[in-house]
Design a protein around this ligand. Structure first.
Ligand SMILES: *Cc1c(COP(=O)(O)O)cnc(C)c1O
Length: 374
Protein backbone atom coordinates (compact mmCIF):
# COMPACT_ATOMS: atom_id res chain seq x y z
CA UNK A 1 0.00 0.00 0.00
CA UNK A 2 1.25 3.46 -0.87
CA UNK A 3 2.19 5.54 2.17
CA UNK A 4 0.38 8.84 2.40
CA UNK A 5 2.61 11.78 1.53
CA UNK A 6 0.34 14.13 3.43
CA UNK A 7 0.96 15.00 7.03
CA UNK A 8 -2.34 14.07 8.69
CA UNK A 9 -2.11 17.11 10.95
CA UNK A 10 -2.56 19.44 7.94
CA UNK A 11 -5.59 17.47 6.64
CA UNK A 12 -4.22 17.76 3.13
CA UNK A 13 -3.67 21.52 3.04
CA UNK A 14 -0.27 22.23 1.53
CA UNK A 15 0.75 24.80 4.13
CA UNK A 16 0.48 24.38 7.88
CA UNK A 17 -2.66 25.88 9.38
CA UNK A 18 -2.37 28.93 11.58
CA UNK A 19 -2.86 27.60 15.08
CA UNK A 20 -3.64 30.68 17.10
CA UNK A 21 -3.58 29.99 20.84
CA UNK A 22 -2.93 31.33 24.27
CA UNK A 23 -4.79 28.56 26.11
CA UNK A 24 -4.31 25.00 24.96
CA UNK A 25 -7.12 22.89 26.41
CA UNK A 26 -6.95 19.23 27.49
CA UNK A 27 -9.44 16.43 28.24
CA UNK A 28 -7.58 15.12 31.23
CA UNK A 29 -4.77 15.99 33.59
CA UNK A 30 -2.91 13.00 32.20
CA UNK A 31 -3.12 14.48 28.68
CA UNK A 32 -1.91 17.82 30.01
CA UNK A 33 1.00 16.16 31.77
CA UNK A 34 2.28 14.44 28.63
CA UNK A 35 1.76 17.35 26.21
CA UNK A 36 4.88 19.02 24.88
CA UNK A 37 2.99 22.29 24.41
CA UNK A 38 0.91 23.25 27.42
CA UNK A 39 0.45 26.94 26.74
CA UNK A 40 0.54 29.12 23.61
CA UNK A 41 3.52 31.21 24.66
CA UNK A 42 5.86 28.33 23.84
CA UNK A 43 4.58 28.49 20.25
CA UNK A 44 2.00 26.40 18.41
CA UNK A 45 2.36 23.87 15.58
CA UNK A 46 2.67 26.77 13.17
CA UNK A 47 5.75 28.10 14.97
CA UNK A 48 7.12 24.60 15.02
CA UNK A 49 6.61 24.11 11.28
CA UNK A 50 8.67 27.26 10.67
CA UNK A 51 11.36 26.28 13.19
CA UNK A 52 11.74 22.87 11.49
CA UNK A 53 11.96 24.51 8.07
CA UNK A 54 14.64 26.96 9.24
CA UNK A 55 16.58 24.10 10.87
CA UNK A 56 16.58 22.32 7.53
CA UNK A 57 17.72 25.48 5.76
CA UNK A 58 20.55 26.15 8.23
CA UNK A 59 21.52 22.46 8.66
CA UNK A 60 20.68 22.89 12.33
CA UNK A 61 19.48 20.47 15.01
CA UNK A 62 17.27 23.09 16.65
CA UNK A 63 15.89 26.56 15.88
CA UNK A 64 14.14 29.11 18.07
CA UNK A 65 11.78 31.53 16.34
CA UNK A 66 11.77 35.02 17.88
CA UNK A 67 9.65 38.13 17.42
CA UNK A 68 12.26 40.02 15.30
CA UNK A 69 15.81 39.81 14.03
CA UNK A 70 16.97 42.12 16.81
CA UNK A 71 15.29 39.93 19.42
CA UNK A 72 17.09 36.91 17.93
CA UNK A 73 20.39 38.76 18.46
CA UNK A 74 19.65 39.93 22.01
CA UNK A 75 18.17 36.59 23.10
CA UNK A 76 21.28 34.82 21.83
CA UNK A 77 23.72 37.05 23.68
CA UNK A 78 22.04 37.64 27.02
CA UNK A 79 21.75 34.04 28.33
CA UNK A 80 25.36 33.18 27.51
CA UNK A 81 26.90 36.15 29.34
CA UNK A 82 27.19 37.28 32.93
CA UNK A 83 28.63 40.29 34.74
CA UNK A 84 32.37 40.50 34.21
CA UNK A 85 32.35 38.78 30.80
CA UNK A 86 33.78 40.29 27.64
CA UNK A 87 32.72 39.81 24.03
CA UNK A 88 34.24 40.60 20.64
CA UNK A 89 31.90 42.06 18.02
CA UNK A 90 32.81 42.96 14.45
CA UNK A 91 32.68 46.72 13.94
CA UNK A 92 30.43 46.35 10.88
CA UNK A 93 27.67 44.55 12.80
CA UNK A 94 24.10 45.77 12.37
CA UNK A 95 23.76 49.03 14.28
CA UNK A 96 21.13 47.83 16.84
CA UNK A 97 23.62 45.08 17.79
CA UNK A 98 26.00 47.89 18.82
CA UNK A 99 23.16 49.60 20.71
CA UNK A 100 22.51 46.44 22.73
CA UNK A 101 26.20 45.88 23.51
CA UNK A 102 26.79 49.52 24.46
CA UNK A 103 23.47 49.77 26.30
CA UNK A 104 21.97 46.86 28.24
CA UNK A 105 25.02 44.57 28.16
CA UNK A 106 27.23 47.42 29.34
CA UNK A 107 24.76 48.21 32.13
CA UNK A 108 25.03 44.59 33.27
CA UNK A 109 28.82 44.88 33.44
CA UNK A 110 29.50 42.95 30.22
CA UNK A 111 32.11 44.69 28.08
CA UNK A 112 32.45 44.71 24.29
CA UNK A 113 35.50 45.24 22.10
CA UNK A 114 34.83 45.91 18.44
CA UNK A 115 37.25 44.38 15.97
CA UNK A 116 37.89 45.52 12.42
CA UNK A 117 35.87 43.29 10.06
CA UNK A 118 39.01 43.10 7.88
CA UNK A 119 41.23 41.98 10.79
CA UNK A 120 43.25 38.77 10.42
CA UNK A 121 42.88 35.89 12.87
CA UNK A 122 46.13 37.00 14.52
CA UNK A 123 44.83 40.54 15.03
CA UNK A 124 41.63 39.19 16.60
CA UNK A 125 43.59 36.79 18.82
CA UNK A 126 45.38 39.81 20.31
CA UNK A 127 42.01 41.18 21.48
CA UNK A 128 41.07 38.04 23.39
CA UNK A 129 41.04 38.47 27.18
CA UNK A 130 40.79 35.86 29.95
CA UNK A 131 37.09 36.73 30.28
CA UNK A 132 36.21 36.69 26.55
CA UNK A 133 33.15 34.45 26.22
CA UNK A 134 31.84 35.03 22.74
CA UNK A 135 32.71 36.35 19.27
CA UNK A 136 29.86 37.90 17.32
CA UNK A 137 30.25 37.91 13.56
CA UNK A 138 28.35 39.39 10.67
CA UNK A 139 29.65 38.57 7.21
CA UNK A 140 29.19 40.20 4.83
CA UNK A 141 28.19 43.42 6.48
CA UNK A 142 25.03 44.86 5.02
CA UNK A 143 26.37 48.19 3.75
CA UNK A 144 29.67 47.59 1.95
CA UNK A 145 29.80 43.79 2.35
CA UNK A 146 33.14 43.21 4.12
CA UNK A 147 33.72 39.46 4.32
CA UNK A 148 35.57 37.98 7.26
CA UNK A 149 38.01 35.07 7.21
CA UNK A 150 35.55 32.89 9.09
CA UNK A 151 37.59 29.66 9.10
CA UNK A 152 40.41 31.41 10.94
CA UNK A 153 38.04 33.00 13.45
CA UNK A 154 36.23 29.71 14.15
CA UNK A 155 39.58 28.00 14.75
CA UNK A 156 40.90 30.65 17.12
CA UNK A 157 37.58 30.67 18.99
CA UNK A 158 37.78 26.89 19.43
CA UNK A 159 41.40 27.17 20.59
CA UNK A 160 40.30 29.63 23.29
CA UNK A 161 37.02 27.90 24.19
CA UNK A 162 34.98 30.86 22.96
CA UNK A 163 31.44 30.60 21.54
CA UNK A 164 30.85 31.97 18.02
CA UNK A 165 27.59 33.50 16.81
CA UNK A 166 26.89 35.01 13.40
CA UNK A 167 24.24 37.30 11.99
CA UNK A 168 23.48 35.35 8.78
CA UNK A 169 20.72 37.64 7.49
CA UNK A 170 22.53 38.70 4.30
CA UNK A 171 22.85 35.07 3.16
CA UNK A 172 19.32 34.16 4.36
CA UNK A 173 20.56 30.68 5.32
CA UNK A 174 20.55 29.87 1.62
CA UNK A 175 23.79 31.40 0.33
CA UNK A 176 25.90 30.35 3.32
CA UNK A 177 25.54 27.70 6.07
CA UNK A 178 27.52 28.92 9.10
CA UNK A 179 26.90 25.83 11.25
CA UNK A 180 28.60 23.68 8.59
CA UNK A 181 31.93 25.46 9.16
CA UNK A 182 31.73 25.13 12.95
CA UNK A 183 30.08 28.41 13.98
CA UNK A 184 27.95 27.65 17.06
CA UNK A 185 24.92 29.90 16.52
CA UNK A 186 23.40 31.19 13.28
CA UNK A 187 21.00 34.10 13.63
CA UNK A 188 18.70 35.58 11.02
CA UNK A 189 16.24 38.36 10.65
CA UNK A 190 13.47 36.46 8.85
CA UNK A 191 11.97 39.88 8.10
CA UNK A 192 14.31 40.08 5.08
CA UNK A 193 14.57 37.39 2.38
CA UNK A 194 12.90 34.53 4.26
CA UNK A 195 9.70 36.52 4.81
CA UNK A 196 10.34 38.05 1.41
CA UNK A 197 7.27 40.28 1.17
CA UNK A 198 8.00 43.18 3.58
CA UNK A 199 5.05 42.32 5.82
CA UNK A 200 6.58 40.27 8.63
CA UNK A 201 8.94 40.84 11.56
CA UNK A 202 10.56 37.63 12.85
CA UNK A 203 13.95 36.23 13.76
CA UNK A 204 15.57 32.83 14.12
CA UNK A 205 18.38 31.33 16.21
CA UNK A 206 19.76 28.01 14.92
CA UNK A 207 22.07 25.50 16.61
CA UNK A 208 23.78 22.19 16.00
CA UNK A 209 24.52 21.96 19.74
CA UNK A 210 21.50 20.97 21.86
CA UNK A 211 23.06 22.19 25.12
CA UNK A 212 23.46 25.74 23.77
CA UNK A 213 19.91 25.52 22.42
CA UNK A 214 18.50 24.53 25.84
CA UNK A 215 20.37 27.31 27.59
CA UNK A 216 19.03 29.93 25.20
CA UNK A 217 15.53 28.43 25.07
CA UNK A 218 15.27 28.52 28.90
CA UNK A 219 16.06 32.22 29.08
CA UNK A 220 13.92 32.98 26.02
CA UNK A 221 11.03 31.39 27.94
CA UNK A 222 11.90 33.25 31.15
CA UNK A 223 11.93 36.55 29.29
CA UNK A 224 8.49 35.85 27.85
CA UNK A 225 9.35 36.29 24.19
CA UNK A 226 6.96 34.85 21.66
CA UNK A 227 6.47 34.83 17.88
CA UNK A 228 3.03 35.27 16.35
CA UNK A 229 1.69 32.14 14.57
CA UNK A 230 0.29 34.42 11.83
CA UNK A 231 3.77 35.76 11.15
CA UNK A 232 5.27 32.27 11.36
CA UNK A 233 2.80 31.16 8.70
CA UNK A 234 3.83 34.01 6.40
CA UNK A 235 7.53 33.31 6.88
CA UNK A 236 6.95 29.58 6.28
CA UNK A 237 5.19 30.42 3.04
CA UNK A 238 7.95 32.85 2.07
CA UNK A 239 10.58 30.19 2.64
CA UNK A 240 9.12 27.94 -0.05
CA UNK A 241 10.23 30.42 -2.74
CA UNK A 242 13.41 31.66 -1.05
CA UNK A 243 15.96 30.03 -3.34
CA UNK A 244 14.04 30.94 -6.49
CA UNK A 245 13.61 34.55 -5.41
CA UNK A 246 17.27 34.87 -4.40
CA UNK A 247 18.34 33.65 -7.85
CA UNK A 248 16.12 36.25 -9.47
CA UNK A 249 17.36 39.04 -7.14
CA UNK A 250 20.95 38.04 -7.91
CA UNK A 251 20.48 37.91 -11.64
CA UNK A 252 18.89 41.35 -11.81
CA UNK A 253 21.35 42.84 -9.32
CA UNK A 254 24.36 41.62 -11.29
CA UNK A 255 22.94 43.17 -14.45
CA UNK A 256 22.29 46.51 -12.72
CA UNK A 257 25.68 46.46 -10.95
CA UNK A 258 27.37 46.15 -14.36
CA UNK A 259 25.14 48.89 -15.75
CA UNK A 260 26.07 51.22 -12.88
CA UNK A 261 29.77 50.40 -13.25
CA UNK A 262 29.65 51.65 -16.82
CA UNK A 263 28.06 55.02 -15.94
CA UNK A 264 30.39 57.97 -15.58
CA UNK A 265 28.32 59.53 -12.76
CA UNK A 266 29.27 56.52 -10.59
CA UNK A 267 32.68 56.19 -8.97
CA UNK A 268 32.57 52.74 -7.40
CA UNK A 269 30.05 49.91 -7.41
CA UNK A 270 30.23 47.46 -4.51
CA UNK A 271 28.56 44.16 -5.31
CA UNK A 272 30.08 40.84 -4.21
CA UNK A 273 29.22 39.15 -7.52
CA UNK A 274 31.23 41.64 -9.62
CA UNK A 275 34.73 40.81 -10.85
CA UNK A 276 35.85 44.14 -9.38
CA UNK A 277 34.72 43.20 -5.84
CA UNK A 278 37.82 43.56 -3.65
CA UNK A 279 37.22 40.34 -1.71
CA UNK A 280 35.98 38.31 -4.66
CA UNK A 281 38.05 35.24 -3.83
CA UNK A 282 36.87 35.17 -0.23
CA UNK A 283 33.29 35.74 -1.35
CA UNK A 284 33.44 32.73 -3.63
CA UNK A 285 35.04 30.62 -0.90
CA UNK A 286 32.08 31.05 1.45
CA UNK A 287 29.01 32.05 -0.56
CA UNK A 288 26.92 30.25 -3.14
CA UNK A 289 25.90 33.55 -4.76
CA UNK A 290 24.86 37.14 -4.30
CA UNK A 291 21.59 38.79 -3.33
CA UNK A 292 19.82 41.98 -4.39
CA UNK A 293 21.89 44.52 -2.41
CA UNK A 294 24.20 46.86 -4.33
CA UNK A 295 26.02 49.88 -2.92
CA UNK A 296 27.68 52.58 -4.97
CA UNK A 297 29.36 55.96 -4.65
CA UNK A 298 29.15 58.96 -6.93
CA UNK A 299 31.94 60.76 -8.80
CA UNK A 300 33.66 63.50 -6.77
CA UNK A 301 32.16 66.39 -8.72
CA UNK A 302 28.59 65.34 -7.87
CA UNK A 303 26.97 67.21 -4.97
CA UNK A 304 24.90 65.81 -2.10
CA UNK A 305 21.91 67.74 -3.44
CA UNK A 306 22.21 66.01 -6.78
CA UNK A 307 22.41 62.61 -5.06
CA UNK A 308 19.30 63.42 -3.01
CA UNK A 309 17.51 64.41 -6.21
CA UNK A 310 18.58 61.13 -7.82
CA UNK A 311 17.12 59.18 -4.90
CA UNK A 312 13.87 61.19 -4.85
CA UNK A 313 13.39 60.94 -8.62
CA UNK A 314 13.50 57.13 -8.74
CA UNK A 315 10.06 55.64 -9.38
CA UNK A 316 10.44 51.88 -8.84
CA UNK A 317 13.01 52.21 -6.06
CA UNK A 318 11.08 53.36 -2.99
CA UNK A 319 12.91 55.04 -0.13
CA UNK A 320 12.85 52.73 2.89
CA UNK A 321 14.92 50.81 5.40
CA UNK A 322 15.27 47.09 5.22
CA UNK A 323 15.45 44.82 2.14
CA UNK A 324 14.63 41.30 1.05
CA UNK A 325 11.09 41.97 -0.17
CA UNK A 326 9.94 41.74 -3.79
CA UNK A 327 10.07 45.51 -4.19
CA UNK A 328 13.09 47.63 -5.04
CA UNK A 329 14.36 50.04 -2.40
CA UNK A 330 16.94 52.80 -2.15
CA UNK A 331 18.67 54.53 0.77
CA UNK A 332 21.26 57.30 0.91
CA UNK A 333 23.98 57.14 3.62
CA UNK A 334 25.60 60.61 3.59
CA UNK A 335 27.36 60.07 6.91
CA UNK A 336 27.82 56.27 6.73
CA UNK A 337 26.45 55.92 10.25
CA UNK A 338 27.57 52.30 10.41
CA UNK A 339 31.34 52.29 10.76
CA UNK A 340 32.92 51.69 7.41
CA UNK A 341 36.18 52.95 6.00
CA UNK A 342 36.34 56.68 5.40
CA UNK A 343 36.99 56.62 1.71
CA UNK A 344 33.29 56.03 0.98
CA UNK A 345 32.86 59.71 1.91
CA UNK A 346 29.41 61.19 1.79
CA UNK A 347 28.11 59.75 -1.49
CA UNK A 348 27.18 56.17 -0.58
CA UNK A 349 23.83 54.94 -1.87
CA UNK A 350 22.49 51.40 -1.38
CA UNK A 351 19.77 49.86 -3.51
CA UNK A 352 17.86 46.65 -3.05
CA UNK A 353 17.06 45.19 -6.45
CA UNK A 354 13.59 43.69 -6.28
CA UNK A 355 11.72 41.30 -8.54
CA UNK A 356 10.33 43.88 -10.97
CA UNK A 357 11.27 43.66 -14.65
CA UNK A 358 14.99 44.45 -14.70
CA UNK A 359 14.71 46.53 -17.88
CA UNK A 360 12.19 48.79 -16.14
CA UNK A 361 14.60 49.15 -13.24
CA UNK A 362 17.46 50.04 -15.58
CA UNK A 363 15.34 52.66 -17.31
CA UNK A 364 14.37 54.06 -13.90
CA UNK A 365 18.03 54.38 -12.85
CA UNK A 366 19.02 55.86 -16.21
CA UNK A 367 16.25 58.48 -16.20
CA UNK A 368 16.91 59.45 -12.62
CA UNK A 369 20.65 59.84 -13.23
CA UNK A 370 19.96 61.96 -16.32
CA UNK A 371 17.28 64.11 -14.67
CA UNK A 372 19.08 64.69 -11.38
CA UNK A 373 22.73 65.14 -12.19
CA UNK A 374 23.90 68.12 -14.23
C1 LIG B 1 17.26 43.88 9.48
C2 LIG B 1 18.43 43.25 10.11
C3 LIG B 1 18.38 42.84 11.44
C4 LIG B 1 17.18 43.09 12.33
O1 LIG B 1 16.05 42.45 11.93
P1 LIG B 1 14.57 42.90 12.38
O2 LIG B 1 13.76 41.73 11.99
O3 LIG B 1 14.25 44.15 11.64
O4 LIG B 1 14.61 43.12 13.86
C5 LIG B 1 19.49 42.23 11.98
N1 LIG B 1 20.61 42.04 11.25
C6 LIG B 1 20.70 42.44 9.97
C7 LIG B 1 21.96 42.21 9.22
C8 LIG B 1 19.63 43.07 9.36
O5 LIG B 1 19.73 43.48 8.11
Amino acid sequence: MKMSKLKSIYLGSVNPPIYQASTIAFDSLADLAKADKQYGRVGTETNEALALAISKLENAAKTIITSSGVSAITHSLLPLLKTGDHILVCDTAYLPTHFFCNGLLNNFGITTSYYDAKASGDDITKLIQDNTKLIFLESPSSLVYEIQELDEIVQLAKDHNIITAIDNTWAAGELFKPLDIGIDISIQSLSKYCGGHSDVLLGSISFKNEKLYSEIWDSFYQLGNHASPQDCYLAYRGLQTLATRLNAHQESALKLAKFLEARNEIKEVIYPGLDSFVQKERFEKYFKGGNGLISFTFADKISQDEIKKFVDNLQYFKIGFSWGGYESLVMYYPDCSQKISDNYGSTLVRIHVGLENVNDLEVDLTKSLENSIC
